[in-house]
Structures are given as C-alpha cells and as structure tokens.
Design a protein around this ligand. Sequence first.
Ligand SMILES: Nc1ncnc2c1ncn2[C@@H]1O[C@H](COP(=O)(O)OP(=O)(O)OP(=O)(O)O)[C@@H](O)[C@H]1O
Length: 354
Amino acid sequence: MTQSSTATDAPVLEIRGLKADYGYGENRVHALRGVDLTLHEGEVLGLAGESGCGKSTLVYAATRLLPPPGLISGGRVMYHPRDGEPVDLLQLGDRELRANRWEDTALVFQGAMNSLNPVYRIGRQITDAISAHRPDWGRARREERARELMTLVGIDPARLRDFPHQLSGGMRQRVMIAMALALEPRVLIMDEPTTALDVVMQRQIVEEIVELRKKLGFAVVFITHDVSLLIEIADRIAIMYAGEIVEEGTAESLYRAPRHPYTQGLLRSFPPLHGPRRAMTGIAGSPPDLQALPAGCRYAPRCPFVMDRCRTDVPALTPTDVPDDGPERRVACWLHSDPDVRVPVELGMSALRF
Ligand SMILES: Nc1ncnc2c1ncn2[C@@H]1O[C@H](COP(=O)(O)OP(=O)(O)OP(=O)(O)O)[C@@H](O)[C@H]1O
C-alpha cells in the first residue's frame, strides 16, 4: 500500500452514470451500464476485474477516446480544472477537447511502446509531441525538456539519438510514459501499461510511476487484472464486473475485508506480492455474455453465496452495512446491503498477510 500518498479529497474527474455501447440495433452490447466513479487529486485509483469487464471502455469513454463501434450513450464526466468551473468532457467541442487531452489528461495504453515510429529518432518524436502543444517553445527549450523527461523516467538522455529498435521494450514503454508526462498532466491513465513486459521490468516501471506521482503530484488511474498489485500501489480500488463497478474502497480496506464475493475471488486469483505463499483458487466459471446478462446480480451464477433475491433483484452500489467501513466504502451485493442477511465469513482472507 502506498505509504506517502499525495491524495486529497478534491475531485479531478467525476464520472456519473456513464454508459457506453458497442454496435447498433440487435447486436448492440451494453459495455458500460451506468458507472459512477470519482478520481481525486493526486491519488492512485486502481481499476481491476477480469478481461472484458469494461475497464478499458470506461477510461476510453471518460476521455472521449472510445474508438468505433464504441458509442457513449449516457452520463457525465465532470473535469474540475485548477481554476474555474467544472466542465462536462462529454459536452466539449473538438477544439476544447484537444486542449484538455494530454495537457490535463494523458493516457498510456496497453502496448503503447509499439506506437513509436520506427523511422524517427526518440528525441525527434518527443520534441515533435511537445511542439504540437507548445508551438511557442523554441528548439533549445523543447530539447531541454526532452532531456529532462528522459532523466525523469530513468533513461540516459544520450539515448534520445537512438531509434526505437535500439531500445528494449521496457525502455520504449518508459519513453511513452515520458511523453505522457511532457505537459505535466493532472491525470495519467495507464491501461495495463506493463502487460507486455517481463515481471521484473513490470515491477520496476510500476514503482517508478508511483515515485513520479509522489514527485509531480498527478492523479493516476491504473488498470490491471492483478488486484494484488493494486493493493500495493493504489490508494483506492474499484472492482468492475460486467460493465459495472461492484465494489469500491481504500486499498487497505479492500485487502483487509473484501466484501463482494467477486473481489474475494479476484484476491484469491493472484499471489500476494509479499508474505507467505498460499493456494490460488481462482473463480469458477466465466464472466457473462454482455448480450445475455442474467437477471438480478450479474455475478449470481458464479457466486458461492447466492441467495434467491440475487437471481431477481439488481443490487445497487451503496455504502455497506458494516459501520467501520465508512461512506467511502461501497459494494453492490445483497449480502452487505440487506440488514436481514448476515455477512459471510471472509473466506479465510485473514490468512493473507504481507
Ligand atoms: N470493438 C468492439 N466491438 C464489440 N464489442 C466490444 C469491442 N471492444 C470491447 N467490446 C465489448 O466490451 C466489453 C468490455 O471490453 P473492455 O476492453 O473494455 O474490457 P477490459 O476489462 O478492458 O478487458 P481487458 O482486460 O481484456 O482489456 C467486452 O466484453 C466486449 O464484449
């Protein structure tokens, strides 16, 4: 868990009722089903869930980068600038949106390192990217900034003269992170930024991002399947299932007492990064087909604690019935929102220790 967080209570991004679909008519898939999520200034917010649960769709929709056939079908994404009134990113015109993008919100996506142009030197690619947003900066200033950025992500600035193929995968991904940080954004979105790298390199880069965040104070949305990694690096975690957030809370509280049976299952699917080894049991079954969702709770068919009500009524994401959890801790599960039902034993989660 992050020890010296720079998080504050001030919201930077407030996602409300966000809905997104893929395709039209009968083939339409509701990939986001009304997501509410707030990112606070300076925090690391982790987003976890199995493949296909909508993590990427959520961040691409929230930044208006959702590629066709994706379509936003409802909701608001309020961005709170440093000065001035909040704006709904979904209502901005193209010009305002371009200005917001990258200056305020930067994105490093899965496999970004492969998007460097193979025929240009790294230095040129960084300075070109800077000049697109800072046309008034002279060449010397742009080059100086490029050197600074390379140092920031732990690469010798002499490598600015290299072509992409002369750098390792980890270095290329660092270059992409450097580019994302070029304009000192307030929000850095990272969609599985280290998936294509070996585990040692993954670990190094994740640690560096957390360090940079402390130094520069930006907020991070970090997407991964690996909830154990998030427990180490995130301030808060949101768990997604079938296009919805099903649990949200501080990393510490989610680790100590995961409330949603899906969160419990995810935690048992990844080895903890520290502490004793334990058996990984995973989650039986697979996520539902988004075109044929079960009635009631979407997780009911896989849930070891399923009750009659779960098969008919959809649970809302609400504060839990456990007084110690506080209002920030929310879960969409009848086990925790119905006062007539007792919370099950924590499935031996207390055996998990760092
Ligand atoms: N181009 C597309 N066309 C149709 N449906 C899509 C498309 N992209 C995504 N989807 C649907 O949206 C759902 C959410 O996908 P998304 O990529 O957001 O999930 P994810 O949680 O980020 O998965 P991963 O971890 O594999 O990246 C998927 O289940 C899929 O059915």
